[in-house]
Write a protein that binds this ligand. Structure first.
Ligand SMILES: CC(C)(COP(=O)(O)OP(=O)(O)OC[C@H]1O[C@@H](n2cnc3c(N)ncnc32)[C@H](O)[C@@H]1OP(=O)(O)O)[C@@H](O)C(=O)NCCC(=O)NCCS
Length: 202
């Protein structure tokens, strides 16, 4: 049997320090943007912004309100994929283009995949794709539902690693996502329905 080159763990109080090791390499966003219903007040300095992002992220993780899979090579954390229910990632709803085109999902739970990050040293080796598959597996384990993503569709933006945090349409197509509608000129709304994992027969 082929051995996977990477392993995954869920973001939790236990893995928070691994997440932080990587988040420092990312810059200061701490992937919290979509977790806030409203932005921080105008005039927040860059230093304050980073500190608030870090402390708010820690608080969310401690309260079990922040989900992501972390990817490891051996014991080294090398990337993540953030996912969560709609209520955990409310900022997406603030986007007018999204509200205009996103069909209602009825009684099904709505999940979102908002941010990928891979250590620059490990990019271009399928880490983000691996993280996506693991995140979808976590969603299946948590009962499934409709999963949506917002990959960057503009080739100009897709050419810049920092603008690819939403992932690419190809990554999601490979996992069976379908395009629902364009999101302005830069992105596209994609969805896939995931059935819950069936319990094993005793
Ligand atoms: C976007 C990112 C996660 C991709 O990670 P990765 O492990 O290199 O990606 P993978 O090797 O799994 O490939 C995933 C997709 O990215 C594309 N990709 C990877 N490297 C690329 C490059 N240099 N140029 C263009 N596309 C590239 C792949 O072609 C693939 O898309 P496809 O399936 O449509 O062909 C990574 O570039 C990154 O971390 N960028 C910074 C994002 C960021 O700042 N996130 C934090 C936001 S808070």
């Amino acid at each position: 049997m082929k051995r996977e080159p990477y392993s995954v763990r869920e973001l939790s109080v236990r893995t928070l320090s691994d997440f932080e090791t990587l988040a420092i390499k990312q810059g200061g966003c701490w992937c919290i943007f979509y977790q806030r219903a409203n932005p921080l007040r105008r005039g927040t300095t860059s230093g304050e912004w980073k500190r608030r992002n870090r402390s708010d992220k820690r608080a969310l993780v401690r309260r079990g309100r922040s989900h992501a899979v972390l990817v490891y090579e051996g014991r080294t954390p090398i990337g993540w994929c953030q996912y969560g229910g709609r209520e955990e990632l409310p900022r997406i709803d603030a986007r007018r283009t999204y509200r205009k085109v996103a069909p209602a999902v009825g009684v099904k739970k709505l999940w979102r995949i908002t941010c990928f990050f891979v250590d620059p040293k490990y990019r271009g080796r399928g880490v983000a794709k691996f993280a996506l598959r693991a995140a979808l597996d976590s969603i299946r384990n948590k009962g499934g539902g409709v999963v949506e993503a917002y990959p960057v569709a503009s080739p100009k933006m897709a050419a810049v690693p920092e603008w690819r945090w939403f992932g690419t349409p190809g990554m999601f197509r490979k996992e069976g996502f379908r395009t629902v509608a364009p999101l302005g000129t830069s992105g596209v709304l994609m969805r896939k329905t995931i059935a819950p994992r069936r319990a094993k027969k005793p």
